[in-house]
Structures are given as C-alpha cells and as structure tokens.
Design a protein around this ligand. Structure first.
Ligand code: PAJ
Length: 279
C-alpha cells in the first residue's frame, strides 16, 4: 500500500502544480516544463498566479510588485499549462481587511535564519498561502525553484511535518546569459542597476573559486568580509546578508569548503535581490 491518501480522492490523474506570483519569466517556465515531465502528457499542469499579501512586510514592495496577467496567461498557454488559478484577495483571505482570517501555518526551525531574519513575517505568509493552494489545487506533485532555496526547504519540511499528500520537486536556478538569476524583481533594475546586480553572481563565483583553490576549509567570517567588499564596490549595492550553511539542515557553518551552500541578499538601489549556490 504505497499509494498516498490523495490518490484515492483524485483518482489516477496526476496533477502537477507550480505556484507563482506571476510576472512570469523563463525561470517559472522551466518549472512548468519540469512538472510536465513529472506528470506526463495525460497529467494536468496547474499554475497559480497570486501576489500573496501576507508574505510581504509593511515596508516591502507588495503594492508595486509587477503584475501582468494577460501576458502571463499567454505564456502559460504557450507552455502547455492546462489550468491557471489566479484568485483575488477576497477569495484567498475572505474579509482580509478585517479580523475574519486568523489561521496561519508556521514552520519554526528552518524559517529562523537568512530570509526569516531579514523578513520576520515572510515565511509565515509563504507557508500559509502554499498550504491553502495545496488544499485548493490538490496536486500530486508541486515544483519549486532552487532560486528560493530556503523557501523550498521550508515547504518540503511543511509537507513532511503536516502529511500533505504530495511530492515536492526542486528545479535548478535559471539564469540570464551573464549569470544574473532570473527574478520578477529584475524588472525594477533600470539603467545601470542591471549591471550592478551582477554583484551577487560575482560574489558566488568568487566564493567558488576560493573553495576550489583551498584544500581545507576557509573561515566563514573572512570570506564574508571579502565578498562584502566586492559587492559594495558597486555604488548602488548594499549587502543585507551572506550565509554559508549545510544544504540539508540550513545550519550555519563557520568553515566554508566544497559542498557548503551559500546564500545572499543584496539591495541594488531599492531592489532587494537574493541568490544562492552550492560551492
Ligand atoms: P515567485 O517568486 O513568483 O516564484 C515562483 C516559483 O518560481 C518559486 O518556486 C521560485 O523559486 C521559482 N523561481 C523564481 N525564479 C526562478 C529562477 N530564476 N529559476 C528557477 N526557479 C525560479 O516564490 C514565490 O513566487 C512565492 O513565494 C510563492 C511560492 C508563489 C508563494 O506565494
């Protein structure tokens, strides 16, 4: 009896799901291709498009987050998506301006560091909306991007801890030709800022070169300060954090070696970008 409970409810049609906040780019579409390969031609591919207010902090970019549903629908159609779920706020958070929404899903370990430290209510919003979307869409499998490495780890943990009857797959980060990780927020990078945003990728490449040249492990604090200097050579760049961690547990590491994972967040002007990679 290896079948999951959800298979009985849904019959045998496989449902592959890619949750997004829209303003789709080639990174999102790579997740759609991945989920199609997982459910096959007889399966159904569902994409959700919803800019989730509960994962944005009060000073963050919720209201100006780029939205273009018409273009997104065209891209989904071209990519062979079967169903797009694009709810409004009233549908997702009934009475969201009042007190009538009061149940949240909170992951309490992996959410503490990195993004969780810089954006204290962010992951509570993510886990809550993703749990709601899983209940609505009832997928057999959902695909997340390694671009948001900590988010993918937290969703895996939530699915395991709360027995959601689906599988989680994680697809690699899709990059521009010059290395910049694709992101809906890259739309904010006007003029010279686009070039300065490469500071994140240069920091990753520098860290990779450092661990490859070094047989032992490098002290995390010295590598951090070297990378901070490189990043902040760009006039509009301000480092939020760099973390070196164990890829499964996300536990911070004091020594950096091959296989250590690195994540960073950098403000380029007002735009906050994140990236990560295995070193
Ligand atoms: P969003 O930023 O739109 O991303 C949707 C999915 O696409 C996430 O799994 C993300 O990791 C993945 N993704 C984004 N850029 C990528 C890239 N360059 N390469 C590969 N995958 C990429 O992440 C969210 O939305 C939200 O938090 C969400 C999970 C939808 C909950 O609201």
């Amino acid at each position: 009896m290896q079948r999951m409970a959800g298979d009985w409810v849904r019959g045998r049609t496989k449902v592959g799901f890619v949750p997004t906040m829209g303003c789709l780019h080639a990174g999102h579409l790579s997740l759609v291709r991945r989920v199609r390969s997982l459910v096959g031609s007889k399966g159904k591919v569902v994409v959700s498009i919803y800019v989730n207010p509960t994962q944005f902090g009060p000073t963050e970019d919720f209201s100006r987050y780029p939205r273009d549903l018409k273009r997104d629908l065209r891209l989904c159609r071209g990519a062979g998506v079967d169903v797009v779920f694009a709810p409004g706020n009233e549908e997702m958070y009934p009475g969201h301006t009042g007190p009538s929404f009061s149940t949240y899903v909170v992951e309490e370990a992996l959410s503490k560091g990195m993004e969780g430290q810089s954006r204290p209510t962010h992951f509570r919003g993510v886990t809550t909306v993703v749990a709601k979307l899983f209940n609505i869409v009832q997928p057999t499998v959902a695909v997340f991007g390694a671009k948001d490495y900590q988010q993918a780890a937290i969703i895996r943990r939530m699915v395991r801890d709360l027995n959601f009857p689906l599988k989680i797959a994680v697809a690699p980060t899709h990059r521009e030709a010059d290395g910049l990780a694709m992101s809906s927020r890259n739309k904010y990078l006007e003029g010279d800022l686009r070039k300065q945003a490469l500071a994140l990728w240069h920091a990753i490449e520098t860290a990779r070169a450092a661990v490859r040249q070094n047989a032992g492990s490098i002290p995390a604090h010295s590598l951090k300060s070297r990378l901070k200097q490189i990043i902040e050579r760009e006039p509009a760049a301000r480092l939020d954090y760099i973390e070196f961690f164990e890829p499964e547990t996300l536990a911070p590491q004091t020594g950096v070696a091959r296989g250590t994972h690195m994540a960073l967040a950098v403000f380029i002007g007002k735009t906050r970008l994140i990236d990560n990679a295995r070193l």
